[in-house]
Design a protein around this ligand. Structure first.
Ligand SMILES: Nc1ncnc2c1ncn2[C@@H]1O[C@H](COP(=O)(O)OP(=O)(O)O)[C@@H](O)[C@H]1O
Ligand SMILES: [Mg+2]
Length: 384
């Protein structure tokens, strides 16, 4: 079967790697001449809206999917009219727009930060009468890795922030004082069957994901599953979705959804029976979904901007190293390392993780004590 992927970055790359054992072939429509997925299929290097490229892509592919939500909606809609495409273009029209996304969460009764749409400085000023500072101003579309966002700490920040987001339609949302930042990933097929991965606890710096830790039996698992299920069912979703969440006391607020495989799920390659990449392909190809059952703690550390010394990482037991083949550049995701804890005690796992974080320059995170509820006493479980 031929899979056409819009985009040619590391998510497309890992999708194609997972697809080889399913007998799938890949074509990537991606304007970047250095697309790192290119060695894993055919690279159609053209702008997304290039009609000739689209025609060839649609003719070759049996199913089309996308690796990020910033593909022009018109392109996805046009392809969807010609060919099987998942997640549907109607899903993308919601997931690419932070306002539509938040309105969906609200309609489904899922709590969110307080938010308001703004399309002028005056509207921003007015919105902040209701939404207290500190707050965050975010472009409604095209943002990722914290890009297209401005922090609002005091009233005098507003006009600079409005300039920073280039005066395009935005939402402003209150800053959530969360206890933990989480994500849940699930795969849903055409029959409405869903498999859920263990919740990940995520740590960001400068708006970019640095570390995801997944443990068995997260106390928030059941609630997170209920939320993503209601969103997937509502959208009649097919494929893998990630839902980013803030845990406030024992409540989960939805931050955003990603209609695709997600960075916090890279550890599923090692830690789950079927990775998020394979299950995405299984769902969109109408193959039976693979079992998720993961029984081990895992951590995923992003390599941002530059690659570490490979030999040093290799010395850490249980570490799997991925280099995407991208040119090093500040703020760019160039690889990741997954650490699994099946062969060691939780204490040893923490030591290995701290060593790994030091090696990749995340010394602040390396010094942190991550809470492990699997080792927690009932007092903590009672609290949350
Ligand atoms: N309302 C908020 N309150 C607190 N932190 C936030 C809020 N919105 C975003 N953040 C932080 O910024 C990160 C990036 O924002 P997000 O909305 O997920 O955009 P993107 O991932 O598309 O860049 C989040 O993962 C979170 O750490
Ligand atoms: Mg996000």
């Amino acid at each position: 079967m031929n899979i056409g992927v819009l985009g040619g970055g590391q998510l497309a790359q890992m999708m194609a790697q997972a697809g080889s054992s399913l007998g799938l072939s890949f074509m990537f429509l991606c304007p970047d001449s250095h697309a790192c997925a290119a060695p894993f299929g055919e690279h159609l290097c053209a702008p997304y809206d290039d009609k000739r490229a689209q025609k060839r892509f649609a003719k070759w592919a049996d199913v089309v999917t996308y690796e990020f939500e910033n593909i022009p909606l018109a392109v996805v809609e046009s392809l969807h009219q010609q060919i099987s495409l998942h997640p549907a273009s109607s899903v993308l029209s919601v997931a690419r727009d932070r306002l539509a996304e938040k309105l969906l969460f609200r309609a489904l009764g899922i709590p969110t930060a307080k938010f308001a749409p703004v399309d002028s400085l005056t509207k921003l000023i007015n919105a902040l009468e209701d939404i207290a500072l500190p707050a965050i101003l975010k472009k409604r579309t095209q943002g990722y890795d914290g890009k297209g966002q401005a922090l609002l700490r005091k009233s005098s920040d507003l006009s600079v922030a409005w300039e920073k987001v280039e005066k395009v339609p935005c939402i402003v949302e209150s800053m959530v004082a969360f206890r933990r930042e989480l994500s849940i990933i699930a795969a849903r097929n055409q029959k409405g069957e869903i498999v859920f991965y263990p919740v990940s606890e995520n740590h960001h710096r400068d708006g970019i994901l640095r570390l995801s830790i997944s443990r068995q039996d997260d106390p928030m698992q059941v609630r997170a599953e209920a939320k993503i299920r209601s969103i997937m069912d509502n959208l009649d979703y097919v494929g893998v979705m990630a839902l980013e969440l803030f845990q406030v006391e024992d409540q989960l607020f939805a931050n955003e959804l990603a209609p695709r495989v997600h960075n916090s799920g890279h550890g599923t390659i090692e830690a789950a029976e079927t990775s998020q990449f394979e299950n995405h392909l299984r769902a969109i190809c109408r193959f039976p979904l693979g079992k998720v059952s993961s029984t081990q703690t895992s951590a995923m550390v992003n390599l941002i901007g530059r690659l570490p010394v490979e030999a040093q990482i290799r010395k850490i037991p249980g570490a799997s190293l991925y280099f995407y083949g991208k040119v090093e550049r500040p703020g760019r995701k160039v690889g990741h390392v997954t650490l699994t804890g099946s062969d060691c005690s939780p204490e040893e796992f923490d030591l290995r993780l701290a060593a790994l974080l030091q090696l990749v320059g995340e010394s602040e995170l390396a010094g942190r004590q991550f809470f492990d509820f699997t080792r927690a006493n009932s007092h903590y479980l009672h609290q949350i």
